[in-house]
Design a binder for this molecule. Sequence first.
Ligand code: NI
Length: 182
Amino acid sequence: MALREIVRMGHPVLRAPAEPVPASAMRSPAFARLVDDMIETMREADGVGLAAPQVGIGWRLFVYEAAGTGSDAIPLRVAVNPVLEPEPGDPVEDWEGCLSIPDLRGLVPRHPAVRLRALDRHGEPYERRVEGFEARIAQHENDHLDGVLFLDRMTSLRSLAFLEEWHRFLVGAAGGRAERPE
Ligand code: NI
């Protein structure tokens, strides 16, 4: 495994819609390496999610995982060619960051629960209902596949803060658990 460079806002790949991963590519060793590298890169960066465009690859693929205690923990998940379907419910605001937009945090409204349909890293389809923090991560990562960044989803930029000031003045202001970037 190897760490990949995480591209930052301003790189065009973050603004381009990603292409579906072809079935033929999914069987290749290069694809397995990409998935492994993304997982390692996410963990090394202390992130809770990473989408392929963030490592310069325009494919519809993301990984996520959040350490935690007990029910807080979100196990490692790989989503290839995902489709998200929001469940009914009022949007919930919470803090987000992004590995491609370092050291900024902002309040972002998201659907409280979504249905995630995707392929796993071996091409096997799965479907899960995810809610809360996991639903937030899935929506954030899925946005990356459409060239959308969390800043685009903020209804107001007034909460936007540098990480240091966020820790000092704002943490906990919205109950925020999403301390770690996605
Ligand atoms: Ni992100």
